[in-house]
Design a protein around this ligand. Structure first.
Ligand SMILES: [Fe+2]
Length: 374
């Protein structure tokens, strides 16, 4: 039997609630940065790389012997060595093939109910490790579908589309992303769909430009474009049938978008001011019942089939930042801006079309999402 376990197999085990332990052998810093929910840290990676098994062997008596272990590192190489050290000691142990790099691409689906829109199919496609959220939306009566902010492999969306029997006619981006390689161009090309982006002077590939007040029709959906700059200059929100607000990285369910990834540290104050206006003049003026469905969440997402979204009535009270007036909001945002996402400048250049899309985007994308200020 192979000592490796695939990303899909681990995903299945987590989703079905199997009893096992995940032992992450990376050092404390990278582990604290991001890890698989429930993983225990045993920081022996540096020793394993030097072929020094002693720290692992010394820690082995503390590892659970009664349940299967899944060892995890960055790429699945040192964790495999660790599994091979532990196996002869009597442990039922496997190693996550491709490690956290492979885990970064794992995704799952969760349905969203739209009150009063019973014929719509709304699926949140989530990259559980990265916290990236995207949306597949289809209408049985219209027969057409569209995707917003695709961040998982394009196959994920094409497969849902084929399963549901729609014609995928539109791919929409809320903004130029900085924390993941956008799959929008590839998906639009593969599906022969129209690619919509907010009007901007950043990208150098062709797209259908939309701006405030525009309406996109897909089947019997009416998608209104609302300008919501701040996180980036071109950021928009898409309001679907007046009921579902796809807010990109402007408004999350418990926090707001950071304003410094496009404009830099020196542009953060100006960005925070724009964000304040977008929130208070636009999004917070929507109806309380509108579902806020963002492009990200800060934490890893469990395989629970529950969409990360909330009615605006709930989102209004979820972050104290939304209670502040502009004078206090702007410095609070700037003070709370955290570390920038790894490789974000390279990712932006890829998403602007100024660099080729890498053959393995996971290498650029590795690490947690850092688009929010909470
Ligand atoms: Fe973003």
């Amino acid at each position: 039997m192979s000592i490796d376990i695939s990303v899909d197999e681990l995903k299945r085990k987590l989703a079905s609630g199997d009893d096992f332990a995940i032992i992450d052998i990376r050092e404390e810093g990278p582990f604290a940065d991001w890890h698989i929910p429930g993983a225990v840290n045993l920081p022996v990676l540096l020793a394993m790389r030097m072929n020094d098994w002693a720290p692992l062997q010394a820690a082995a008596p503390q590892l659970p012997k009664k349940k299967p272990l899944v060892m995890v590192c960055n790429q699945g190489i040192s964790s495999r060595k660790a599994a091979m050290v532990l196996q002869p000691m009597g442990f039922d142990v496997t190693s996550l093939a491709e490690g956290m790099n492979g885990w970064s691409g794992v995704h799952s689906e969760a349905p969203i109910d739209l009150p009063g829109t019973s014929d719509a199919v709304v699926v949140q496609v989530r990259r559980n490790a990265k916290g990236c959220l995207s949306y597949f939306i289809g209408s049985p009566t219209g027969g057409q579908s569209f995707v917003v902010d695709p961040s998982a492999d394009v196959e994920a969306y094409l497969e849902i589309n084929a399963r549901m029997g729609y014609e995928l006619t539109a791919v929409l981006e809320t903004h130029v992303h900085a924390d993941h390689v956008s799959r929008a161009r590839e998906l639009a090309e593969d599906a022969n769909a129209t690619l919509y982006l907010p009007a901007n002077e950043r990208v150098n590939f062709p797209y259908e430009s939309v701006s405030d007040g525009d309406t996109i029709k897909v089947g019997d959906f009416k998608i209104e474009v609302i300008d919501t700059p701040g996180h980036t200059g071109e950021s928009v929100t898409y309001l679907v049938n007046g009921k579902l607000a796809l807010t990109g990285d402007t408004l999350f369910t418990d926090s707001v978008g950071r304003p410094d990834l496009e404009q830099g540290d020196e542009g953060a104050v100006e960005g925070a001011k724009m964000l304040y206006v977008s929130l208070h003049e636009r999004l917070l003026k929507l109806d309380d019942k509108v579902i806020i469905a963002p492009a990200h969440t800060g934490a890893g997402i469990p395989f629970d089939g529950k969409a990360v979204c909330a009615p605006l009535s709930q989102v209004r009270t979820a972050s104290e930042l939304l209670d502040l007036d502009e004078e206090h909001f702007v410095p609070a945002i700037v003070d709370r801006i955290g570390a920038k996402p790894p490789s974000f400048t390279t990712i932006i250049e890829v998403n602007e079309g100024k660099r080729p899309v890498p053959s393995d985007p996971a290498e650029l994308e590795v690490g947690p999402n850092r688009c929010a200020v909470g």
